[in-house]
Write a protein that binds this ligand. Structure first.
Ligand SMILES: [Cu+2]
Length: 471
């Protein structure tokens, strides 16, 4: 079976797979051969050479599934199966996904397309696919038990409907959801408008990715499936920084980024250096009168957001979730705050007993970025990434939008670090430091408290060990 699947490793191979679709009637009566992707690289946009034309998207660390046209119907073949996903260099997770990867490939169609999706189940349990956000016949909605029987292991089911409205969608199982989504089963779907749409502007670059989360103990390979909220890996398309590719654009490109959230918490996604408009949501394009400029878009559980901006500032601009613990990778939680605590005496005593003992977090936690402590096998550093000025000290949901004047049109390759013009980088002050001028009244001036504690107290912030809940 495996040898019959098409393996792809480059854009040329994708095109070859598509043109091979022009085959005989006998072949058309058979299942379309599933196309499998084995690499986590960001693939170039898949320019359609059959069906109606559209401006394709780029899936961050992902790819678009090729299709075949069969009597005017666009046919795709998704295979639900166990996959190995490299989440960042040197760290591989054993997940479930589609066609060789988690997330599965992006599906791109055009408004009005009749779409036929073959779904083969190579898992050990029932599955189904729900086409999140679509208008479709009720029996195609994919909720196991409600709209269809679950797809048994080894069987293939067919979903067929017309992509009725343009927009940004997702797909995921509606069978044993908590397990199957915790294992990485999900994918992105874009329905492009047919012709000009009054609320969908043309853009030069159109990126898509899903927010997802895993709970994988350091040193292990498989996510814990009973985790409800306390995930320890916050990923974009099942990749964590520094494993997430940069979003490379040419200066003055009109850029669109579509983001879907299939984690169990919200993510305020923040872009540096530019303002964007939220031009689309789950329900479709946003009316122009309801758009306002933002630099952070909060994306709630199960939601999609489409942001548009003009990339008119050159540089390497951070782009990340604003929940600071979502820009870190797996770590122990029960670490008290040690900032400002001088451990030298204690550490010396303990070192006599435990030679490898070290104090964590005495000056903040970034020390741990460069700490030369061996990690267990198959573990991502908690905070990593080497930038042009040193360690970036990030993990999880973090990437960089690289805006370059000389980036060729349609070229997504990494241009390297931004070369700052002279005098445009923050620099050290080397002159004299004046004594601080202090205000005479240091607070509490306008409304003095009625009573004060008998003994003045100073509170130190210390995160309690254990007992935290929710993220
Ligand atoms: Cu987040």
């Amino acid at each position: 079976m495996l040898s019959r699947r098409k393996l792809i490793g480059g854009a040329g191979a994708v095109t070859a797979a598509m043109s091979a679709a022009a085959v005989s009637k006998v072949a058309m009566a058979a299942l379309p051969e599933p196309v499998i992707q084995t690499k986590p690289d960001t693939m170039p946009p898949l320019v359609p050479n059959t069906g109606r034309p559209y401006n394709p998207v780029v899936t961050l660390n992902g790819w678009t599934l090729p299709w075949r046209m069969n009597n005017g119907v666009k046919e795709f073949h998704l295979v639900a199966e166990p996959v190995v996903r490299e989440m960042s260099p040197g760290f591989k997770a054993h997940l479930w996904g589609y066609n060789g990867q988690s997330p599965g490939p992006t599906i791109e169609v055009v408004e009005g397309d009749r779409v036929r999706l073959f779904v083969t189940n190579k898992l050990g349990e029932l599955t189904s696919i729900h086409w999140h956000g679509q208008r479709l016949p009720n029996g195609m909605d994919g909720v196991t038990g409600l709209n269809q029987p679950g797809i048994p292991p080894g069987k293939t089911y067919v979903y067929e409907f017309v992509a009725r409205r343009p927009g940004t969608f997702m797909y995921h199982p509606h069978a044993d959801e908590m397990v199957q989504m915790a294992m990485g089963m999900m994918g992105f779907w874009v329905t492009h408008p047919k012709g000009k749409h009054p609320l969908i502007e043309d853009v030069d670059r159109d990126f898509v990715f899903l927010l997802n989360a895993y709970d994988i103990d350091p040193g292990s390979y498989t996510p814990k499936i009973m985790t409800m909220l306390d995930f320890n890996l916050w990923s974009w398309n099942s990749r964590i920084f520094p494993g997430i590719d940069p979003l490379v654009v040419r200066k003055n490109d009109k850029v669109r980024i579509r983001i879907g959230n299939l984690t169990m918490t919200n993510h305020p996604i923040h872009l540096h250096g530019h303002e964007f408009l939220i031009t689309g949501t789950d329900g479709g394009p946003t009316p122009k009168s309801a758009r306002q400029y933002e630099v952070t878009a909060d994306i709630a559980v199960g939601q999609m957001r489409q942001i548009d901006f003009l990339a008119d500032e050159e540089g390497d601009w951070a782009f990340h979730c604003h929940k600071s613990h979502h820009t870190m990778n797996a770590m122990g939680h029960d670490v008290p705050t040690m900032i400002g605590v001088d451990h030298r005496g204690v550490a010396k005593q303990i070192t006599k007993l435990i030679p490898d003992y070290m104090v964590m977090g005495e000056r903040g936690m970034k020390d741990m970025t460069e700490m030369e402590m061996p990690l267990p096998d198959n573990t991502a550093a908690m905070m990593a990434g080497q930038g042009p000025f040193g360690a970036v000290g990030m993990g999880g949901m973090f990437s960089v939008v690289k805006v370059r004047r000389d980036q060729p049109r349609g070229d997504y390759s990494d241009p390297g670090w931004y070369q700052h013009p002279p005098g445009e980088v923050a620099y050290e002050w080397t002159g004299a430091l004046p004594d601080p001028a202090r205000f005479k009244a240091e607070g509490t001036g306008s409304m003095p408290p009625l009573a004060q504690p008998a003994i003045p107290t100073e509170v130190k912030v210390r995160k309690p060990a254990g007992g935290h809940s929710g993220h």
